[in-house]
Design a protein around this ligand. Sequence first.
Ligand code: F6R
Length: 583
Amino acid sequence: MCGIFAYTGHKPNAANIILDGLKTLEYRGYDSWGIAVETSKGIAVEKHIGKIGDAQIRLPNAVRGIGHTRWATHGGVTVENSHPHLDCTREIALLHNGIVENFAELKKDVNDHTFRSQTDTEVVVHLIENLCSMYPFTEAVMIAFKKLKGLNAIVVMHNKTGETVALKNGSPLVIGIGEKEYFIASDVTGILPYTHKVIFLKDNEMAVVADTLHMVDVHTGKNLTPQIEEIHWNMENADKGKFTHFMLKEIFEQPSILQNLATTNDRIAILARYVRKAKGTFFIGAGTAYNASLAGAYLFSKIAKQHVNTAPASEFNYLEDFLHEKSLVIALSQSGETIDIIEPMNRAKEKKATVIGILNTIGSTLYRMSDEVFLLGAGPEKAVASTKAYTAKLATLLLLVYTLCNKREEGQKIVTDAATEIQRFFSDTYLLQMQRLAKKLKNTQHLYTIGRGYAYPTALEAALKIKEVSYIHAEGFAGGELKHGPIALIEKGTPCIVFAPQDTTYSAIISNATEVKARGGYIIGVASQHAPIFDEWVEIKDIGIGSIISGIVPMQLLAYYLAVMKKLDPDKPRNLAKSVTVK
Ligand code: F6R
């Protein structure tokens, strides 16, 4: 999951160009970062631990360099383990995204080299160094790359030959082509200020960037014709505006995103046609996106009276043996880069199933591999914790099931009502209530959330949001599961958030809350009506099935305020990254 940005051109401030590029990629990892530039005295490197923030770089002027922002896999978060990594001669610098699964085996061939890090990556640069004594640089890189097991992207620069080489198998890389200058990056965002001409590198293609660019097929060694695409995206200005954090800004953006989805999207009908045609529809997603796909399964059952399957994308790999050419696999993803999704989608394609992406990022790997895509139109989601992409996914699924039942207008009305209800949560009084609740809960160690029916995915998502930004141990359960084990965890004062919509689940979930209360639990009811069992009441309007969308928003706010009150950065929680490109 790391971010890669490289520059080759005529501008003398390569290091600063790379630093700006890395800032746009920090969502991919923010443990540490580093930049290397070409100089006449060998490669100059600067590395740092922590987020880039407003860092200044002290590297010399250079027209070429490579940079990396890291999310640690092998080796702790140290300066030595940060990329770029250098060979023993300091003439070759390498960046890597992925995991070299066979690094221990490969290391045996370069045991006589001096290793400075504990990473799996460093072995590759020493391997290339060895191969360079027998082959030209680009060929050496290609041979080394072919030895790597796992899903990897590497960018390698040679100080003497003037070449920078990019290869990938799995993780994304994009080449930007400017006026006598080239960029290599993990995504296009940082490239777009300089050029709109890009090449999305395919697996096992090598791009060699020097004064000119050429591309090679890694397996055949033959030259390839570069497939240049013109990207004219309206990259919305993704700054925080009047908000102190992206997370809060993105929570507040939800009503308008939902309004747009309800009123402008005709592509839902295309999705519905695919579902009608399929013999077996499967929804997959990771984390928040999985919670959305689970909510989708309830919507299909309740509204369309149709069975669909859903699984966490990382498990779908082991569940998909039955896929066939009439199967339909729909992946939900904000980034479109999550490796846990890309892998099963690739397998589904091999089995000739139809694959559809419901996603937020144009040009992403999922976008390019899907037979059909549906764009959420939520705009860039910068906070690591997903908020607006979640409700946009739910609205899309809701519109899809209503369209399947030929009740599209009804679906649109529900989404619009959900948007209005969400807007209500942004009144000063409501926000103050959530702040007061956060103050009460901020020192708690453990917290549980329960729901039944379509409030169950909401309970899961609420717990995920709270744990990832506030580091409170929060667990979501189906209300009925409580008695089958989790209730053993309830002690005097343990907070339990109970989602109690006025539907067929109401009396059963109130019974579950009563069982928790009987063991000393502190009950926070999220409901349209106060119930005597509630110690705290988070009032939401009963908007029927639309609550599947709006019901999570008070919890997004609670998670946000918990993080802020604990003096944590809600936008960049520890150990996480926005785009998860390793298994
Ligand atoms: C949680 C969160 C993650 C993502 C997951 C999938 O707030 O953001 O659980 O939902 O990593 O990411 P995408 O949607 O980009 O595939």
